[in-house]
Design a protein around this ligand. Structure first.
Ligand SMILES: [Zn+2]
Length: 351
């Protein structure tokens, strides 16, 4: 508690923005409650989606509250606020009632997440929830269909890809604001791995459809779960490719642990302290005599490869990796995926 009070008024760096003391107390509280704590109650589930976002009117109100739909807009010709005209359950239109503007109106959905949508808002919010929970198309179809509406796989695929696009933009923009990991005296483990490589002797090898796989570099600091992943440009793992990616994410002066891959040899020239573990050394295969190891970053590849194999539809690999990082951060920090998706949409479709 003495320690915690040092952090008074310090906001949590993770996007929750909670006061750190509060957050720590809250986490201790959660620890006592185990897996069935209050935080579960505060999270979105299907029941809440149906009860809070069950009608178009509720959805419109919610969209306004969450700043996904504008409440006002200025007519630039007359420099005055336009009024919203709408029937119950409709998104509505902006209208200016001055002189020659009188005949014109503009949908409130223009420029928003809902622009051009041909689905009801209730369905859109349901599909968004399904995406945030990582549901398959079939599961989504099952959850969101009613007696008179059956969602097509095409519609689900479209909305899932809008959600994914949003996450990718959000992740890339936020990445630039995230501080680098490591620093003087801190250890950062770095490794590269090929995602999606198929063995020749497994399955049918179809001419021209051999999947080569994608090289990914991963970086993680000891004592910190903030994993940095990057797809290697041109699918190469040369020093020319890897060093700039390391410089992008890892502070100068960090102690970098890698294996014996030659591309890492030049790291000391860039202000890093470099230690290596030789995986071909039979007596010190996993931990070097000086204690250097890369086991934490290597253990990250299992989760990544498993998720890659389990994806049901092939997406652009870079986008997929962004989505993976987003979901991983949400899981590790016990955040609510639906709230995080809403946050991303609000950010990308700023009013
Ligand atoms: Zn006007």
């Amino acid at each position: 508690m003495v320690l915690l009070s040092l952090f008074k008024n310090v906001k949590c760096k993770e996007s929750c923005g909670m006061d750190l003391v509060e957050k720590n107390n809250f986490n201790i509280f959660l620890g006592l409650l185990g897996d069935h704590g209050e935080w579960i109650l505060s999270m979105w589930n299907w029941r809440k989606v149906f009860s809070r976002l069950g009608t178009e009117e509720q959805c419109i109100q919610f969209a306004e509250e969450r700043e996904l739909l504008p409440r006002e807009k200025t007519c630039w010709r007359h420099r005055r606020n336009m009024s919203v005209s709408r029937a119950s359950g409709e998104i509505g239109k902006f209208r200016c009632y001055k002189s020659n503007c009188r005949t014109k109106s503009e949908s409130r959905a223009i420029g928003t997440w809902f622009e051009g949508a041909r689905l009801s808002l209730t369905l859109i919010f349901q599909i968004m929830y399904a995406f945030s929970e990582g549901l398959s198309y079939t599961q989504t179809k099952k959850e969101c269909s009613t007696d008179d509406t059956v969602l097509s796989a095409r519609t689900i695929a479209d909305w899932f890809s809008y959600c994914r696009e949003t996450i990718v933009i959000y992740e890339l923009e936020n990445q630039e604001n995230r501080p680098k990991i490591g620093g003087p005296g801190k250890i950062v483990q770095i490794d590269e791995s090929k995602c999606g490589k198929r063995k020749y002797n497994r399955g049918r090898h179809i001419e021209g459809r051999h999947i080569e796989g994608h090289w990914v570099i991963g970086m993680i600091e000891d004592g910190n779960d903030d994993l940095r992943l990057e797809v290697c440009p041109d699918n190469e793992r040369s020093a020319e490719v890897l060093v700039p990616l390391i410089q992008k994410h890892v502070q100068e002066g960090s102690i970098i642990h890698t294996d014996y891959w030659r591309a890492y040899m030049s790291l000391p020239e860039y202000g890093y302290i470099h230690r290596r573990v030789n995986h071909s050394d039979p007596t010190h295969r996993f931990v070097a005599p000086d204690g250097t190891h890369t086991q934490r970053i290597e253990s990250q590849w299992r989760g990544l490869k498993k998720a890659f194999r389990q994806q049901q539809h092939k997406h652009d690999f870079t986008d997929w990796l962004c989505e993976y990082s987003w979901r991983r951060r949400i899981r590790i920090n016990h955040m609510d995926p639906y709230e995080e998706l809403l946050k991303a949409i609000k950010h990308v479709y700023r009013l």
